[in-house]
Design a protein around this ligand. Structure first.
Ligand SMILES: NC(=O)c1ccc[n+]([C@@H]2O[C@H](COP(=O)([O-])OP(=O)(O)OC[C@H]3O[C@@H](n4cnc5c(N)ncnc54)[C@H](O)[C@@H]3O)[C@@H](O)[C@H]2O)c1
Length: 438
């Protein structure tokens, strides 16, 4: 089978490479010519463990190709995945202009039956919207209103940093469609996952679209919940890690997404929670729990700067080493990363920032200037008045703490991802501040 994947970002490129690995012939299309040129040379435009090897193997074997020309990709493919961005608008709603643009392009090049699949996270109703856009364009083309197509919603649940594993061994595949033929084609495409007993959830388009937003919003609620419990732990002398462990062992609750910290970020949770509120409010439905999770998250990020301020009342002119910029480890994605807004607040208060991140500094340099980007964690700490860990990269879990202490002008340590043991840090002589652990 030949397929096209439109948009070669985190989701599109992983989707294309993994389907190629399944033996499918994939054409990846992006309108960003530089991205396509670098992919042709084997250079992956972002950091995702294992992706370079996967892409290069399938490229050499002729199962994946890269182009900016959408027309040929559409003509050659039975299934067309839309994997372009759906960034937030000012009011929190999803910006569908990239998705709409692709739908219009598909319509203008379609010559035979196609299955058009949305992998992008799109609001409920987008499937119908795409059907309308494509139909309207087709009707305006003489003699071509008999061309048939189906729409499928196939939301993606991969996590950046573990994207290949998540695509190859997902917890579930969700397919939303009103055409049995389209479902059969998608099932055929996903047959390798069928063979490893992956559960398939087959629903109508609206349900599939909502499953994605409901899942991300639920996880965001879990994170905000444990962060608020962490703040209570600090007041009552409890340890949030133990509270989370005690809660998570209950099979009805589960241990995942109960790690207290600096708040959630990334390209999905902040935008998807806000988009879900918007979807609901347009229909007159109040989602007070999701709204509370968003507000709690905003407070949590602010609370981290407040913790630094309260330990460093004379912050103006002081230097703070920030370890970690990406919104989580194993990715260079800095979209909505808590580190960025904390750095911004500290800069506004007159602090100087030295920072190190194993892979996200190139992206950060495009957004934040006026801070020092360092060689490693020790370089960042050298001469700084405090250090703050904002991403739990493995490299930061085993720092030479004696050396860090010697490099800082004072032993002030903010561990906002709770990766060190408070007792040990205090024994080592640090003034140690973490989240929800006394
Ligand atoms: N990043 C994630 O972890 C993740 C996980 C699940 C779902 N999603 C969803 O998947 C979608 C894509 O996210 P992403 O992080 O991969 O985005 P991204 O910004 O990394 O990539 C989007 C790509 O689409 C390209 N593009 C835009 N318009 C185009 C057009 N008309 N023709 C061809 N290419 C075009 C852009 O140049 C870019 O390369 C979003 O809706 C997102 O919410 C993302």
């Amino acid at each position: 089978m030949h397929i096209a994947v439109i948009g070669t970002g985190y989701v599109g490129l992983v989707t294309g490479a993994c389907f190629a690995e399944f033996g499918v012939f994939v054409t990846c299309v992006d309108k960003d010519g530089d991205k396509i040129e670098s992919l042709k040379k084997g250079v992956i435009p972002f950091y995702e463990p294992g992706l370079e090897e996967l892409v290069s193997r399938n490229y050499k074997q002729g199962r994946i190709k890269f182009t900016t020309e959408i027309s040929g990709a559409i003509e050659d493919s039975l299934v067309i995945f839309i994997a372009v961005g759906t960034p937030p608008r000012g009011d929190g709603s999803a910006d569908l202009s990239y998705v709409d643009e692709v739908a219009r392009e598909i319509a203008s090049h379609i010559k035979s039956y196609k299955v058009v699949v949305t992998k992008s996270t799109v609001p409920v109703g987008t499937g119908e919207r795409l059907r309308r856009i494509i139909s309207e364009t087709l009707i305006s083309k003489i003699d071509e209103n008999s061309i048939n197509f189906d729409i499928v919603s196939n939301p993606e649940f991969l996590r950046e940093g573990a994207a290949i594993e998540d695509f190859m061994r997902p917890n579930r595949v969700v397919l939303g469609a009103d055409s049995q033929q389209a479902i059969a084609i998608l099932k055929d495409l996903y047959r390798p996952l069928y063979l490893i007993d992956t559960p398939f959830v087959i629903a109508n388009i609206e349900t599939a679209e909502l499953i994605k937003y409901a899942s991300n919003s639920f996880l965001a609620v879990k994170i905000s919940f444990i962060n608020e419990i962490a703040n209570l732990c600090e007041k009552v002398g409890a340890n949030v890690n133990m509270v989370a462990k005690g809660m998570g062992l209950d099979g009805r609750i589960g241990p995942k997404f109960l790690h207290a910290g600096a708040g959630f970020g990334g390209s999905c949770f902040p935008k998807d929670t806000k988009a879900l509120l918007q979807i609901a409010s347009e229909r007159g439905v109040e989602l007070s729990i999701v709204n509370a999770a968003i507000e709690a998250n905003e407070r949590q990020i602010e609370l981290m700067s407040a913790k630094i301020r309260s330990a460093m009342p004379d912050i103006k002119g002081k230097t703070i080493a920030i370890l970690g910029l990406s919104f989580k480890p194993n990715t260079d994605d800095i979209r909505e990363a808590p580190a960025l807004s904390i750095i911004q607040t500290l800069l506004e208060e007159g602090a100087e920032i030295k920072t190190y991140d194993p892979v996200a500094m190139d992206n950060a340099k495009k957004t934040i200037s006026g801070i020092a980007y360092c060689e490693d964690a020790y370089d960042a700490c050298s001469g700084a008045d405090a250090v703050a860990i904002l991403t739990e990269w493995n490299q930061f879990r085993n720092l030479d703490l004696e050396r860090i202490k010697g490099l800082l002008t004072q032993p002030l340590f903010f561990d906002f991802r709770n990766i060190y043991a408070p007792e040990r840090m205090r024994e080592l002589g640090f003034s140690y501040h973490c989240v929800g652990r006394g």
